[in-house]
Design a protein around this ligand. Sequence first.
Ligand code: ZN
Length: 196
Amino acid sequence: RGPVIVPEKTTYNSCNVEGMFIAITFDDGPNPELTPRLLDMLKERGIKATFFVVGKNAEEYPSIVTRMAQEGHEVANHSWSHPALTKLGLESFRKQIENTNDAIAKATGKRPVLMRPPYGATNAGLNKRLSEQFGLKVILWSVDPLDWKYRNSNRVYTSIVQNTRPGSIILAHDIHATTLAAMPSTLDTLLTKGYK
Ligand code: ZN
């Protein structure tokens, strides 16, 4: 028997970690009012997050994207205009990815290496193309408070705090005031539990 060749992993729902590490991710921004407030909250607590930005929003508010990168957050691709990528032809797919990479690179000086397909809609072919053609790993999630659906801060808090484990990838959206309102207590509780 020869060595087992394990294909390189291109999608992630959670991370294997030793220790109390988690990833908190915010999608669909930047939002001109809410995202700067979120950045303040993260800064006060010394927390680094990942922002999956929508390309057209990044182009409209580049200074917020620049600030994300300057303050040590990961800026990542969430498509140009938030379509289901599985329904696009090759050329529109390419534009959704490339234009967003360009907008991020323009604002941060760095091309993104992570991508989250809108609605989590992806398949093996898309994952392969994202990895091979664009150098993007697909990041999904394991904790989903459905904050876009239930605009209720207590629900967002409870769902995140109860479901987070070491290695979790938490999904939230920095375009809803209710999510922002839930963040100070959510972040403080996670820190108190020892999460990093
Ligand atoms: Zn989204």
